[in-house]
Design a binder for this molecule. Structure first.
Ligand SMILES: [Zn+2]
Length: 194
């Protein structure tokens, strides 16, 4: 069994029902992926309030506010979530042509649970399929623009089901960075996001 960890250390979703709805929708998507695996497997989707310890078969996605890209800190390259059209970001570190760590985030530009779940699934496809813009040539939730009318497709399910056993280590260093930013923000520091 693998786990999809959802993290929101900066509490940008905020409302209990929002967490529940995003979790339920993603669980539904990953139930379909798990059923398409041979043999079928259970994939658990869960919010985790502490620092997770994912195995390379697990997945992890951060939800962040538009002021703060945590993945850009992982990658060492600035990203302004307000300036990018994509409402999420996934990056990889590689060594000798192999991916050593992957990091994904979704910007909570909208507090629409359906959209947040779809964006998270999109970034997790980038992550598990270890692919950049090439993903956007696929249909359904793999398309470059994911909106309320975009849906999980048979192709998405098949692509991810085939990849779930590929080990992709997940970056957990974002938790501490986001918790530090939260402490500054909650203490009233106007530059908390820098
Ligand atoms: Zn994308």
């Amino acid at each position: 069994m693998s786990t999809v960890f959802l993290l929101d250390p900066l509490v940008c979703l905020g409302k209990p029902d929002l967490y529940l709805k995003v979790n339920q929708q993603l669980q539904g998507y990953f139930d379909r992926v798990g059923r398409a695996m041979r043999p079928a497997e259970k994939i658990l989707v869960a919010w985790i309030p502490a620092a997770p310890t994912p195995t390379p078969l697990d997945l992890l996605v951060y939800f962040t506010p538009v002021e703060y890209s945590v993945v850009s800190r992982f990658f060492g390259k600035p990203v302004d979530p307000l300036a990018v059209s994509h409402w999420g970001y996934t990056q990889f570190q590689t060594a000798n042509g192999r991916v050593t760590v992957a990091a994904s985030e979704v910007y909570a530009k909208s507090l629409e649970p359906d959209l947040l779940a779809k964006l998270a699934f999109h970034e997790l496809m980038h992550n598990k399929l270890v692919t950049g813009n090439g993903l956007h040539t696929r249909n359904g939730l793999a398309q470059a623009t994911v909106g309320p009318n975009t849906d999980l497709s048979a192709e998405n399910i098949a692509d991810l089901a085939a990849a779930m056993h590929n080990p992709v280590p997940q970056w957990t260093g974002g938790v501490d960075l986001l918790l530090s930013a939260r402490r500054l923000r909650d203490a009233g520091d106007p530059l908390w996001y820098l």
